[in-house]
Ligand binder design. Structure first.
Ligand code: ADP
Length: 363
């Protein structure tokens, strides 16, 4: 397999009037990689896709698809000439064309026989060969989405862009269609950029997760790192639940309101204030019946089925959350002791950025 990246962004920026929708984006995507793009509404996800597809021109920077510059200061390749496939949320199939005709639509450059053969091939790939003669309204939502995928794959694009492709499907169907679509993309070694607003989806299907905010990439990393080693306060709070407590590192010991949290190797000579990021699965609680005085107390208990989310108010008034197994239910008002689950090395923040070494030293 070629090692030329399937997609490269080099310092790409795009503004709409005073709104900077993409700010100095840098990203390189390997062939066959599946990248998920996530962030709050308005953070620039669609703008990034539109720039790749050629529906927008960057104000600055360059975009390369499979090694070819498709947008730059002196070059702009039109959308239909780019090796980019698109799958939208609403399928965008032509209602008056059969499934086969819809798939053939993107292949107009080819001789008729080749077009038919390629359409048949990709319809088999998405397991819809038997429905080739139907019209879109005769298909379920999931089948329509697979036709849209087949149409996008037919011209053998270097990159497929999927813009919230499952969000119009109902909950039950979504997991199944997602598994099918991801399966086909994996099977064909297709490079894919998925826009999603669903954290679980971003983490579970991405080889890499790109978290955006305010037109910037906050972090582009493996799902594990994005969740376990968030680079910024924003990523920590956006990807999964997180509580932030004021803390202090002194002689390699991290302490906060709940006591000693952990040791911080390499911080032996540090004496600094930080914020510690605690995720609900990292927080342990033990009931302390009959405890006197003010201390941590359960203020909310939410039953989620397999797990029960407990919210605990600390003496300072700050709250932390703790996941407990489904059989553990401490009612509101229960006095508890709060600690951090053994073995956890929580993320530390100075200001809005995660730090792995004491401030002022090289990390
Ligand atoms: P997302 O897809 O993450 O919701 P978008 O890329 O659609 O975000 O938008 C990023 C920002 O750019 C938003 O502030 C949005 O209002 C603005 N924007 C997007 N498209 C246009 C446009 N055609 N004209 C003006 N502003 C736009």
């Amino acid at each position: 397999m070629s090692s030329t990246p399937a997609l490269v962004f080099e310092g790409v920026s795009k503004s709409y009037g005073a709104t900077q929708a993409a700010r100095d984006l840098d990203l390189s995507v390997l062939p066959g990689e599946m990248v998920t793009l996530i962030g709050p509404s308005g953070c620039g996800k669609s703008t990034a896709l539109r720039l790749i597809a050629g529906l927008e021109r960057p104000d600055a920077g360059r975009i390369l698809v499979a090694g070819e510059e498709v947008a730059g200061p002196r070059r702009f390749v039109n959308p239909e000439k780019r090796r980019v496939g698109l799958v939208f949320q609403d399928h965008a199939l032509f209602p008056h064309l059969t499934v086969t005709r819809n798939v053939q639509f993107g292949l107009h450059g080819l001789p008729r026989a080749e077009r038919a053969a390629r359409a048949a091939e990709v319809l088999e790939l998405v397991r819809l060969g038997h429905l080739a003669g139907r019209y879109p309204h005769e298909l379920s939502g999931g089948e329509q989405q697979r036709v849209a995928l087949a149409r996008a794959l037919a011209p053998r694009p270097a990159v497929v862009l999927l813009d919230e492709p499952f969000s119009s499907l109902d909950e039950n169907l979504r997991a199944q269609v997602r598994a099918e679509v991801v399966g086909v993309l994996r099977e064909t070694g297709t490079t894919a950029i998925f826009v999603t607003h669903d954290q679980t989806e971003a983490l579970s299907i991405g080889d890499r997760v790109v978290v955006m905010q305010g037109g910037r990439i906050e972090q582009a990393d493996t799902p594990y790192r994005v969740f376990e080693q968030p680079a910024t306060r924003f990523v920590a709070s956006f990807m999964g639940d997180a509580d932030f407590l004021r803390a202090h590192v002194h002689k390699a010991l991290l302490t906060c309101e709940i006591g000693v949290v952990s040791t911080v190797p390499g911080w032996a000579s540090a004496d600094v204030d930080v914020d510690v990021v605690l995720r609900p699965h990292e927080v342990a609680i033990t009931p302390e019946p009959g405890r006197n005085g003010d201390g941590p107390e359960v203020v909310d208990m939410e039953y989620h089925g397999a797990f029960v989310l407990h919210t605990v108010r600390l003496a300072s008034g700050q709250t932390v959350r703790s996941w407990q197994p489904h059989s553990v239910r401490h009612p509101v008002g229960t006095p508890v002791r709060v600690s951090v689950v053994a073995g956890v090395t929580p993320t530390l923040l100075v200001g809005d950025h995660a730090v792995t070494a004491p401030p002022g030293t090289a990390s």
